[in-house]
Structures are given as C-alpha cells and as structure tokens.
Design a protein around this ligand. Structure first.
Ligand code: ASP
Length: 581
C-alpha cells in the first residue's frame, strides 16, 4: 500500500465516496463530544479528518491523543461536509477515517506553525525547518523555484547553455572581501570562494560558448549591511558578439517574462535613464519610478539671503510633497529626526508650505520674503497645497539624503504600491570612482568593464569623466541586476589596471590568466548578473532577501541552526597548517 493516494489540498466535492489514503502533519485537533476533528496539513493544503466515537471508539480515542505536528497516515472515505469552510479549497469535504497510523510523534513546536506565528526571529531561525512549514514561507520558496524555472526556460529558448564554474578559485574582483579556504595539500595556500563567476564567464566567451548562464552561488565577505547575505544567488549571464543594445534587449525580455508569469503584470518597454539623470532627478542610481516627486535643484533661488546653512552649502535640493500643507508640525519634526539619523546624516530639514491663500509658511521665514518663497514655488513647480522639503549641505550627502527622503515621504503617502512594477535601465555609469581621501581610482563596476568609445581619450587625461559601457536594472527602487560590455583587448585591459593602481606585475599576478587568454582570439563580449533572491523579494513587495532563502544566515552572518561558523579541532588545524599553538 502506498503512503498516499492524494495530497491535502486536492480533494473536492467530486471526490465524495472515494476511498483515500492521506499523509501529513497534525495542524490541530478539536474534540466536540462524540466527534473529533483533525486538520491534516502538507504543503498543498489542509484536509479535515473526522473521527466518530459511535462508530469506532478506539480510533477516536487514538485521534484525541494526537499532538500538534505528529506525522500520521490515514485511510478513509471522502464525504461532503455539513458546515462548509469557504476559506479553504477543500472546505466542502472531510474524510471519515477508518484507519490511523502514527508515522512519527512530535514534540510541541516552539512556535505555532501558522500564517501569523508567535515565534520571534531568532527562534524561527534556530528552527528554520519548522518555519519552512508555514504557508507564507512556503509561498516564498515556491516563488523562488518558479522564478528559477522561468529563467532557465527563457534562456534555454534563447540558445543559452548552463555551464558550471568552480567554487574553489582565486580571488575575483567585485569589490568585497573574499571568503578563503585553506588547502591541506598545499600548506599555507588558500583558495578563494567566488564573489561572482566573472572571469570564468569571460573565459567561456574566449572558448566560443557565446551564450552562457548559470544560476550560481556567490560569496562576499562584507561588513554588516541590511539585507545582505554572505552567500547569495545570481542569475549570471554572458554573451559574445554583442553590444549594450543586444544585452538590454534580451534581458529586458527575461524580466518581463518573470513579471508576467509570476504576477500577471505586462510591462511594455523598460525605460532607460542615464546615471547622471537618475542622480539629478531621483538622488539615487536605483530610482523608484512608481511615483514622480523628482528632486529639485534650489541652489540659485536659496543662496545669498543671509541664511548661513544655505549660503555655506555645496548643494541645496528639495522635493515637493503633493498636498503636503496637511502635514502637522509633529509629522515634520519626525521627518527632521529621520533625516538627521546617522544613516542619512543631514544637518536638518527645511520646509515651506504653499497654502492656497498665498500665506506661505516656511521654517526660515526670518530670512526669506514672500517673493523669495514664490520663487521657490516656481522653481520647484509646486502647486497650491503642496509642501517643499529642503536639505542642504555637502554635495554627495545631500543627494543621498534627498533621495532617501523621497522614498520615506512616498512610504508615508502610500505611493509605493506593491502591486505596481516599474523597472528601469540605468546606463552610462562612470567607469571609475575617485576616492577623495587617497586620490585612488576604483572601478565603479569591476575592472573588466569597457570604457565608452567616445571617452577613450579621457582615459589619459580625466579618468573620472570616462563613461562605462555599464548598465543596471532597477525595479521599484532596488537594483536587481547589473553588467557591462567587457574589455577584450589586452592592452586596454592593462591600461585600465594601471589607472586602478595595479603595477604590471600585480596585474599579471592577479589576472595574468585572463590577459593571456585575450591573446588567443577573445571575441567582443558582455554580460549581466541578476540577484535571484532580490528579484523574488522585490516582486513580493518585501524588503528582505532572507525570506526567500531556504536556510539563510542571520544579520551577523551566522547560521544559528547549525551554529556556524564554529571552531574546528586541533587535528584539523594541524592538517591545514593553521595551528598557532
Ligand atoms: N559580475 C558582475 C557582478 O557580480 C556582473 C556582471 O558584470 O556580469 O556584479
């Protein structure tokens, strides 16, 4: 006899009088006089079992002894239910049980296995296998499986090959620290875990596998940042004989397909915006385009009136809050505290309410006349009834702060509709970032990114002005993917390494294998990587990628269920040549 003939989500009124065998976990038992009801659960749903004292006393007593999360197998007959439960798909039937086998008992779980559980974060992480039984967590895991499936399907249809690359490798340059693995057979030497398969996918292009992808684990040892996991999954792709246009075209279709298949959302064309424009209009390179509220540059209308904060500021930026005159003093004070938090770092927040009767009210009335405020209104294209919020200070900080304030205000006004999806391509990133304190250049994407043809000359004179052939996709204010057209010429690659401060020897030591490969017929190529965990989180309207990973690490990078990382014993340390005692 098999364990089951049906699952707990599939029986309907049409199955009445069928003999069935079911297995699952006991969600709850209810004793009502002569009857005992048991909700039997598996990942497909819940089926109600009924035991009748009159027809089989022994069986009924056994059912009464079932605890939560016991694993059982029953046989019985499907019957129609007198009191229908409209909330579940199996709510029209129940099973009159005639045999019950306890497959395994269970301790009482440390939290309730229900949609709204009473378990705190830490407890649920420690007992992750129990948390994974809950419907909302299962929905996330199923969504992830679906997204991976649609991705594979789409890429297969478009001629991509899935090729695995090694996990024990040498450092890859994605800008984080490497996790390293000591080698027992090569004492004193270490492998690095890949921060991405970047160099391998480029080598595969040299090998002629012109459409590659891999759904792959990447490892980055970063300091704590919200919503980061030390290991995460990328949809990693590379193509040969392509330009930016080709990459944007194909991967725009991938994202559209995922949104359509998972959410039924149809996106027409994904808009494009240069990095410069995104920073100027939204204060970020990952703008949330579900709402407008563009950033306004107020430098010309705010300076020179004797207000020191403005006069000494490198940058004065504002946003217009639609209907914002309704904000109370308390709400504005709260927003002020919000922008002053260390994460944002603004020195304060200035407001101006444009009341309908031209009785404008600002927090700096002392310094500005009604005519000045009228100018603010014009420059910021505010309407009567709106409120202008202004941040001033050092340029980069102010841009950042206003971008974040824009999102916070939108949250408060419910403008970030979780059922709306607004992807955007961001293009023309700078190739380098200048570290003002050290004077060194860093690669904004990674060192294999090619410079824009038109800016080649600037490499010699003003590297910070060189635009890269790099692109990101942002969705609802989150970066979900990014990539670039690569350098495939050995000399240009060498030059970029030099600007990045590598001597020829260092470049040779780190990436000699790649430059060598470039001498054997490297085709023009480029690619992109999307964050699988991220995509799932964003399409579910969640802030946390952790919820979409079956066994995630906690915020300090620990697996609290396994208690990892952990010490290893002396024998192992000896074998690895790491014993310092
Ligand atoms: N390797 C890059 C990353 O992990 C993506 C790419 O350039 O394809 O961000």
């Amino acid at each position: 006899m098999s364990y089951r003939t049906a699952n707990n989500g599939e029986l309907r009124i049409a199955h009445v009088s069928n003999k069935v065998t079911l297995c699952g976990w006991v969600q709850k038992t209810r004793n009502l006089g002569g009857m005992t009801f048991v909700d039997l659960r598996d990942r497909y749903g819940i089926t109600q079992l009924v035991f009748n004292m009159d027809s089989d006393e022994e069986l009924c007593v056994k059912a009464r002894g079932l605890g939560r999360e016991y694993v059982i197998k029953i046989e019985g007959i499907v019957v129609s239910r007198s009191s229908v439960n409209k909330l579940i798909p199996t709510g029209e039937i129940e099973i009159e049980v005639n045999s019950l086998v306890i497959l395994n008992a269970s301790k009482t779980p440390p939290f309730t296995i229900e949609d709204e559980t009473d378990g705190g974060d830490d407890l649920r992480m420690e007992y992750r296998y129990l948390d994974l039984r809950r419907r909302p967590v299962q929905d996330n895991i199923i969504l992830r499986s679906d997204v991976a499936f649609y991705t594979r399907n789409f890429l297969k249809k478009n001629g991509f090959l899935e090729i695995e690359t090694p996990v024990l490798i040498k450092s890859t340059p994605e800008g984080a620290r490497d996790f390293v693995v000591p080698s027992r057979l090569n004492l004193g030497e270490f492998y690095a875990l890949p921060q991405s398969p970047q160099t391998f996918k480029q080598l595969l292009m040299v090998s002629g596998y012109d459409k590659y992808y891999q759904i792959v684990k990447c490892f980055r040892d970063e300091d704590f940042r919200a919503d980061r996991q030390p290991e995460f999954t990328q949809i990693d792709c590379e193509m040969a004989f392509v330009k930016t246009e080709d990459i944007l075209h194909i991967f725009e279709h991938l994202i559209k397909e995922i949104l359509f298949k998972t959410k039924g959302i149809k996106i027409n064309k994904v808009p494009r915006m240069t990095y410069q424009q995104a920073i100027k209009d939204y204060g970020t390179d990952k703008p949330d385009l579900r709402f407008e509220m563009k950033v306004k540059d107020l430098n010309i209308v705010c300076k020179g009136k004797g207000f020191k904060v403005f006069d000494s500021a490198e940058s004065i930026l504002g946003i217009v809050v639609p209907g914002g005159v309704g904000f109370s003093r308390k709400q504005i004070d709260k927003l002020t505290d919000w922008v002053k938090r260390p994460q944002i770092g603004a020195s304060g927040l200035i407001y101006c309410k444009f009341n309908n009767d031209s009785a404008y009210k600002s927090s700096v009335d002392k310094f500005f006349t009604l005519t000045d405020l009228e100018q603010w209104k014009q420059v910021s294209s505010a309407n009567d009834g709106d409120m202008l919020l202004i941040i001033a200070g050092e340029e980069q900080l102010t841009i950042n702060a206003i971008g974040n304030l824009r999102l916070e205000v939108a949250n408060q006004l419910n403008l970030r509709d979780p059922n709306k999806f607004a992807p955007v391509w961001i293009t023309d990133f700078p190739l380098f970032e200048l570290d003002k304190t050290t004077g060194n250049y860093h690669a904004m994407h990674h060192p294999f990114t090619s410079p824009n043809e038109e800016d080649m000359e600037l490499l010699n004179t003003d590297p910070e002005l060189v635009r890269a052939n790099a692109y990101d996709m942002a969705l609802n204010g989150t970066e979900i993917g990014g990539g670039s057209i690569r350098i495939h010429d050995k000399d240009l690659q060498k030059k970029v390494f030099n600007i990045l401060g590598f001597t020829d020897e260092e470049a040779q030591e780190k990436f000699g294998f790649l430059m060598k490969a470039f001498e054997y017929g490297a085709p023009p190529h480029g690619g992109i990587a999307f964050g699988l965990d991220r995509i799932c989180a964003v399409i579910s309207g969640s802030d946390s990628i952790r919820d979409f990973i079956a066994f995630p690490k906690n915020n300090s990078g620990r697996d609290v269920m396994l208690n990892a990382p952990s010490k290893i014993d002396n024998t192992q340390l000896d074998e690895l040549g790491l014993n310092l005692d």
